[in-house]
Design a protein around this ligand. Sequence first.
Ligand SMILES: Cc1cc2nc3c(=O)[nH]c(=O)nc-3n(C[C@H](O)[C@H](O)[C@H](O)COP(=O)(O)O)c2cc1C
Length: 219
Amino acid sequence: MILDPGQAEVVRVYRALIELVVPRPIAWVTSIDPEGRINLAPFSFFNVFGANPPIVVFSPTLRRDGTAKDTLENVRSTGEFVINLAVEDLVDSVNASSADYPRGVNEADRLGLALAPSERVRPPRVAASPAHLECQVVEIRSYGEGPIAANLVIGRVVLIHVDDAVLDQAGSVDPRKLRAVARLGGDFYCRSTDLFTLRRPERPPDSQPPAGPAGDPRQ
Ligand SMILES: Cc1cc2nc3c(=O)[nH]c(=O)nc-3n(C[C@H](O)[C@H](O)[C@H](O)COP(=O)(O)O)c2cc1C
């Protein structure tokens, strides 16, 4: 199959991209509007892009009618959000919170999800989620004006919460305890429990060991 985004329908291009760029982690985002009304919605156009400073990006695309989603309006006007980790036990609520509720409706309330206050930002956290990233908006970059146009919400992580119950003895997050879920194309999701490990090479196999002390931590 060959697909030329310049020729194909937007929806066809969108489908191909979400089927191919997989698996995508899910940011389950709490935000507030200028009146302090809480909003909760999932976004799988999401990832981390650096740690110094810690930068995450997610993209609430424009709706099919070209209007902005509530989350985008909220982060534009109030400049803060929280990423709640989407995990297996919560996946039904994650999915349910993606329904198109009218603006101002608190999806967490509707779904009976308890919220906990954040420490550095105003939007609260989903209490049942095992980890949260409290974020301040650095910049929003928009590309395009029509349906499914990208709006890159670039955020700086100002506080990280992790439930001790998902840590191993060394203090690292144990993926078997975290049980994060990710998004594929169509209605497919995947778990993060089918694991294998692979050590990164210290150096190219045909090179000499470096003379000095070990270099930077590997990414
Ligand atoms: C798992 C999952 C991932 C999603 N990812 C995105 C995404 O990356 N970008 C987006 O615009 N919508 C995404 N959606 C749809 C939004 O969650 C949905 O449009 C929601 O109503 C937006 O809510 P809001 O208007 O309250 O911000 C996703 C839905 C699900 C179930």
